[in-house]
Design a protein around this ligand. Sequence first.
Ligand code: NAD
Length: 245
Amino acid sequence: MTPRIALVTGGIGGLGTAICRALTETGHTVVATDLPADAARLQAFSEATAGAVHFEPADVADDGQCAALVARVQARFGALDVLINNAGITRDATLRKMDLGQWNAVLQVNLTSAFQLCHYAVQGMVARGYGRIVNISSVSGQTGNFGQANYAAAKAGLHGLTMSLAREVAAKGITVNSVSPGYVRTPMTAAMPQAVLDKTLAAVPVGRLGEPADIARAVRFLCEEDAGYITGANLPVNGGLYMSF
Ligand code: NAD
C-alpha cells in the first residue's frame, strides 16, 4: 500500500484516539489535531497510540487555524490524503431553552469546521488524484434527538455535505463518506445521565454500548485504497439502534 497521510480532528478524544490507532495499523502516517492539551492528556494519548501518531494542535472552529493546519500538515508530510472530520461537541437543551450561542457553537465545531477543512484539503487531493474523507455524523442526525436540535441539525447537515462533495470529486479519485455512530463508550456518553443511558441501551438490539474500536474499524474500511467504489454513503455503526434502507 502507498503510505498515506491522514489527519484526524478531535484526534485525542474517545473516538479520535481509536481512529488514529486503527489508521496507524494499516500503515497510514497519522496526524491527530485537537485543542491544545495538557501534558498528562497528551501522554495518555501517546500511550494509547503506541507513540505512533503526530499531534498538531488547532481549534477547528477557527477558519484561519483550519487553513494553517492543512498547510502545516502538507508542508511537514508532503501531502494530505485522508481527512477524518471527527471533532464534535454537544450543548444540549430543549429548543425552547436553547440560545443562539449554543446553536452556533455546535454548528461551528460539528459542521462548519468540516466544510473548512474539506475546502482546504480537497485541493491537494484533486491535484494528486486521490483522497479519502470520512465525516463522523451520528444516529441523532438520522432520527433527531430530544434536547439536541443543534447537534442533530449539524450531524444531518454533515451528511448533506458528504453527499454533495462526493458528487463533486468522485471523478478525481476522492471518496467522501459519513459514519454515523450510535451510542459509544466515550467521555461524551459518560456525561449522559445514567437513566437516559439505560433507556437508550434498552433500545439497542446488540444490547451494549459501542466501543470506540467498533467505529474506528468502519472508518478504516472506508479509508482503504480499494474502497474507491463507496462514496456518498452513510455507514451506520449503532448496534441496530436505528435501521433504514
Ligand atoms: P470526545 O469528546 O471524546 O472527543 C471529541 C474531541 O473533539 C475532543 O478531544 C475535543 O477536545 C475535540 N474538540 C472539540 N472542540 C474542538 C475544536 N474546536 N477544535 C479541535 N478539537 C475540538 O467525543 P467522542 O465521543 O470521541 O466524539 C467524536 C465524534 O463522534 C463527535 O463528532 C461526536 O459527535 C461523534 N459521535 C459520538 C458518539 C458517542 O456516543 N460518543 C455518538 C455519535 C457520534
